[in-house]
Design a protein around this ligand. Sequence first.
Ligand code: SF4
Length: 291
Amino acid sequence: MRMVEIKDFDTYAINTWCPGCGNFGILNAVKQTFAELVNEGKIKKENIVILSGIGCHAKICDYINVNSFYSLHGRVPAPATGIKLANPDLVVVGFAGDGDAYGEGFEHLIFGAKRNTDITMIIHNNRLYALTTGQFAPTSPANFPGRSTPKGAPEDPLNPIEIMLASGATFVARTFAGDIAHMKKIFREAILHKGFALVDVLQPCVTFLNTFEFYRERVYDLQEQEHDTSNWEKAMQKAREWNYMDGESEKIPVGIFYKVNKPTFEERVLRGKRLCELPIPEIKEVLDKHK
Ligand code: SF4
């Protein structure tokens, strides 16, 4: 078998992200993770499907040479669920921005977690709407002076890790776009996890909110401590250690907060059937049972 190389995942598209953007780290880590998993025989390149929403992150679909689908703003979990139901052999990885996933379409993320669909969601969390030039978003720091809030955002950020844990996600993790080795470790675990996996990536936007130094000085790895990833209460405690504020004394846990196994949505709906191989009346019959 020919080993795949990272360059096999390159495309001809010209990258238009700003030089130095945290998205480059995510792109590199994802390509390396895919190549390693393919070479280890854990996944097949032709079975990978990636999706994106709307925002700077979304161009990642143009930059990775695998099957891909541009979705609507905030709606990545919906087509990702449909793809997984149609053919459970596919490895479905959705990318979304923070404004996209935690603002426009948070309910889709919550229901993806609740259902435990076997998809991985990687959130490029730069904590603002970057493509539209820097408006505040759900995880922006309080008092953030964005384009739409020049006197400072009068709201505290929400904590997506806490909400994903409360929604039933069976894999919840955070990583940092300035640390490729850590991202690879987390992406690999998330993709191999059977069930809904959420990875919040702290992704500095060098143009509108450059947080590289802030994160470098504050992140610490949960897996280098005694953290029990099967304990939901402990995961919640760790999630609450940092509420996406930007104070000097903040310490930011990264790594896997929570990981457990439960039946997946497609296992419960399909019961061993493969929708992609059924005639349309039978597909309707299978899906009607779950209305
Ligand atoms: Fe990256 Fe920000 Fe530039 Fe978008 S605007 S490409 S997030 S640096």
